[in-house]
Design a binder for this molecule. Structure first.
Ligand code: SAH
Ligand code: DHB
Ligand code: MG
Length: 274
């Protein structure tokens, strides 16, 4: 966007080529058109910035109205930022949505694909019974290490009795998933790793669940980019393929929620395994 604006500004401000009157009028016309485009783009950018600010403000208002101060979650974020992890965890309200969802379906075994610093894992583990299990798959050893610290600080690790067992498995999820086949089925799977592999993760989620389980996929809207059928972005292609595959899959019933808030404009897809 910025290069276009710069070229536009230079073209508008450059001295007019003085020639015959047709050339002069043409030059003025082009400059006016460029100026109009310039103003249009500027106003649109300002409006979308204003909208995002409002979404964030409302998100924070809902958080302060409905949720308690949570030093464990804030410290998990600080520790993740200090360790240089990207700030792409679910928002506070989305985390509480996941927590409520685990609670509502009475899940005892949850699988997460994409741990990052363990933020969403903490949210979901909090809704598990004391004998519950959460396994989370993470590619990056550095992320897993931060996640384990955050999970331990939240009262979850792989050994403590009296609270759900939470484990982070390091490696490409596509290699970890087949090792989970001999376990009991999962009641819920949260898919939130690399978007290009979403269709493959969905297929694995079907294999690792039972009738009545829930599969939740994050980031299925991506600021609306999901509707771009000519996109070559592997993330967009991954999400579009997931939606098309899942939509044709007779063994699930599906729904989706578009979301706005402090993470911008995105959405969750939810699938009930029939
Ligand atoms: N669920 C987290 C956010 C996950 S961000 C939360 O809301 O708190 C996505 C994570 O997926 C990143 O940590 C990234 O390293 C991980 N990831 C990317 N590709 C992966 C792969 N092939 N296998 C497993 N994890 C992967
Ligand atoms: C990205 C990944 C996510 O899972 C998310 O929720 C937001 C952003 C990303 O890779 O940019
Ligand atoms: Mg996500």
């Amino acid at each position: 966007m910025m290069p276009i604006l710069l070229v536009g500004a230079v073209a508008i401000l450059a001295p007019a080529a003085v020639g015959d009157s047709v050339g002069l009028w043409l030059s003025i016309g082009i400059r006016l058109a460029l100026l109009a485009a310039f103003v249009f783009v500027f106003l649109r950018m300002r409006r979308s910035h204003g909208r995002e600010r409002l979404w964030s403000k409302v998100d924070h208002f809902l958080e302060s109205s409905l949720l308690d101060e949570d030093s464990v979650l804030s410290q998990a974020i600080s520790r993740s930022i200090d360790a240089g992890l990207p700030e792409i965890q679910v928002s506070r309200m989305q985390g509480s949505f996941l927590q409520t969802t685990v609670h509502m379906i009475g899940a005892r075994r949850v699988l997460e694909i994409g741990t990052l610093g363990g933020y969403s894992a903490i949210c979901m583990a909090r809704a598990l019974p004391a004998d519950g299990v959460l396994l989370s798959l993470e590619l990056e050893p550095r992320h897993a290490e931060v996640a384990r610290k955050n999970l331990r600080a939240a009262g979850f690790d792989s050994a403590t009795s009296g609270s759900p067992r939470v484990e982070v498995l390091v490696g490409p999820a596509i290699e970890s998933l087949p090792t989970l086949q001999d376990h009991d089925p999962f009641d819920m799977v949260f898919i939130d790793a690399d978007k290009a592999n979403m269709p493959a993760y969905f297929e694995w989620a079907l294999r690792l669940t039972r009738s009545g389980s829930l599969i939740v996929c994050d980031n299925v809207v991506r600021g609306g980019r999901v509707v771009d059928d000519s996109s070559a972005d592997p993330n967009v292609v991954g999400v579009r393929t997931l939606l098309s595959v899942a939509g044709r899959e007779p063994s699930v019933s599906a729904t989706a929620l578009q979301t706005v808030g402090s993470k911008g404009y995105d959405g969750f897809a939810l699938f009930r395994v029939e």
